[in-house]
Ligand binder design. Structure first.
Ligand SMILES: NC(=O)c1ccc[n+]([C@@H]2O[C@H](COP(=O)([O-])OP(=O)(O)OC[C@H]3O[C@@H](n4cnc5c(N)ncnc54)[C@H](O)[C@@H]3O)[C@@H](O)[C@H]2O)c1
Length: 260
């Protein structure tokens, strides 16, 4: 069997109707996983998903019910991709406390809840497979470097980076077969970036969306934004036995943005 094969595994992806989430569902399914797609919407069709389940990642009760349901129906969970996220594009002066808290609640608390509540099932499922179970947390280049008008978002993604490393070290210390890694995309062509460009223009940083997009694209050494499937392939890699010695790592997929 290929070290990139995920046959026999069960995966849960949050924020799965979005750009990177839907690409990840498809890529995990292509690698052989049975994928449960989840998002905040009550119903959705996600290509490649075996099932769709509603999950607001900020709701502890919903997490508990969903993981209990997966245990009852599938008997296992091998992969958790904490992908759901929101952006805030505003100056610090104009960021409200409510906006700040919402960003931390979705991007950080949601991922803490998922990692915590799924841990027992991931642990039970990971023992027999090379590389064990895998949690992949979506951080960002904004979790490595600061960015003007993105303080709330960058603070949340920095927290994701160190939560990931702490979980990785803790589970390894406890001898649990769960690897935990973060992924750090550059600018990826999804609805989130469209929202960010629109906000840059509203805030007067750029005259129009086209200029905002061209400037962000030029910030990558490769001179372009990334596509969602270029992130999904990195996420899949981290979940396979090929990454069996990777935990607490930060996988940067950014077209050379942070290399310069
Ligand atoms: N697009 C980029 O350039 C980029 C760069 C770096 C990191 N990321 C990160 O990648 C992840 C996916 O982003 P994307 O670009 O695909 O964005 P997207 O807006 O296309 O998708 C985000 C998804 O999260 C869902 N979501 C929002 N709040 C939720 C909640 N409370 N509970 C459950 N789901 C919720 C949305 O419904 C949406 O489907 C995010 O964590 C984002 O911060 C994106």
């Amino acid at each position: 069997m290929s070290i990139f094969d995920l046959s026999g595994t069960v995966a849960l992806v949050t924020g799965a109707t979005g750009g990177i989430g839907s690409a990840t569902v498809k890529a995990l399914a292509d690698a052989g996983a049975k994928v449960i797609a989840s998002d905040i919407a009550a119903e959705a069709m996600v290509a490649g998903a075996a099932q769709y389940k509603r999950l607001d990642v900020t709701d502890e009760g919903q997490w508990t019910d969903l993981i209990a349901g997966i245990a009852a129906e599938h008997g296992r969970l091998d992969i958790l991709v904490n992908n759901a996220g929101i952006s805030v594009t505003n100056s610090i002066a104009e960021t409200s406390l409510a906006e700040w808290r919402k960003c931390q609640a979705v991007n950080v608390e949601g991922l803490f809840l998922g990692t915590k509540i799924a841990a027992d099932l991931l642990r039970q499922s990971g023992g027999a497979r090379k590389g064990g179970s895998s949690v992949v947390n979506l951080s960002s280049v904004g979790g490595l470097n600061g960015s003007a008008y993105m303080a709330a978002y960058c603070a949340s993604k920095g927290a994701v980076r160190l939560f990931t490393k702490s979980a990785a070290v803790e589970y390894a210390m406890l001898g649990w077969p769960i690897r935990v890694n973060s992924v750090h995309p550059g600018g990826i062509d999804t609805g989130m970036m469209d929202t960010i460009y629109a906000r840059y223009v509203e805030a007067g940083l750029f005259p129009d969306d086209k200029t905002a997009r061209a400037t962000v694209s030029a910030g990558h050494a490769m001179g372009r934004m990334g596509e969602p499937d270029e992130i999904a392939s990195g996420i899949v890699y981290l979940c396979t036995p090929a990454a069996s010695f990777m935990t607490g790592s930060e996988l940067v997929i950014d077209g050379g943005m942070t290399a310069q």
